[in-house]
Design a protein around this ligand. Structure first.
Ligand code: PGA
Length: 253
């Protein structure tokens, strides 16, 4: 069993087409130096996906979207369907980011519908879970997170653990500069793997579980030293080519 480390750059609502191409002008030469056993993926806004795809050709860097609808077409003004993402093509899609749960009424039920749809269309979902500060202080972290995990993959059948990715992102750590203690992140991520193994048996060993929340070049190494942390979902620091490169090459020097 071996899980390829993944560093995923979630750009959120940043970078238009021009800025996306400028980022890649800076990042692609640096990325040539990232060992092939490390996987990199970027998640630009929908409007930049195709330009990013064209620019990434031959680079080995993967591409993903930040959200999608679960239906393949229909009267859903403002939404993007799985086949539209497949056409670009996107390898990954982020599902259930806490900002979508908080500001756009994403629920465990819609997350589950989207995960089922992503799996059906062969787009690997990166399913985000995580507790609020209040929940952590009340000692509810594991119950909240494991319930989100269970509901996200309710009746989701996979034959290969590589078809699912989770990101544990404590809400209080996102964009705040307050990274989780590596041991605390390991405790939750280890528990997620335990839950996955109850549901999926041995293939759960191949499911990658990322940490997200204020990941920076100076804290990634200690996080990656934890046995169950397989990479990071990086927000702010992925907007800057050099910082994202430094995160991906955390094990140097
Ligand atoms: P951050 O965001 O790295 O800026 O904290 C992480 C995320 O929201 O995925």
């Amino acid at each position: 069993m071996s899980r390829t480390p993944l560093f995923a750059g979630n750009w959120k609502m940043h970078k238009n087409v021009k800025e996306t191409l400028e980022f890649l002008e800076d990042f692609l030469p640096l990325a040539k130096d990232i060992p092939s056993e490390i996987e990199i993926a970027i998640f630009p806004p929908f409007t930049s996906l195709y330009a990013a795809f064209e620019k990434l050709k031959g680079s080995g860097i993967k591409l993903g979207a930040q959200n999608m609808h679960w239906e393949d077409k229909g009267a859903f003004t403002g939404e993007i369907s799985p086949p539209m993402l497949k056409e670009i093509p996107c390898d990954y899609v982020i599902i259930g980011h806490s900002e979508r749960r908080q500001y756009f009424a994403e629920t465990d039920d819609t997350v589950n519908k989207k995960v089922k749809s992503a799996v059906k269309y062969g787009i690997v979902p990166i399913i985000c879970v995580g507790e609020s500060l209040e929940q952590r202080e009340k000692g509810e972290t594991l119950s909240v997170v494991l319930s989100q995990v269970e509901k996200a993959i309710w009746e989701v059948q996979i034959e290969d653990g590589g078809k699912l990715i989770f990101a544990y992102e404590p809400i209080w750590a996102i964009g705040t500069g307050k990274v989780a203690l590596p041991s605390d992140a390991q405790e939750v991520i280890g528990a997620i793997r335990g839950k996955l193994s109850q549901i999926y048996g041995s293939i759960s060993q191949d499911v990658r579980i990322l940490y997200g929340g204020s990941v920076k070049p100076d804290n990634i190494k200690d996080l990656m030293a934890q046995p169950d942390i397989d990479g990071a979902l990086v927000g702010g620091a992925s907007l800057e080519a050099k910082a994202f490169y430094q995160i991906a090459t955390y094990n140097r020097g």
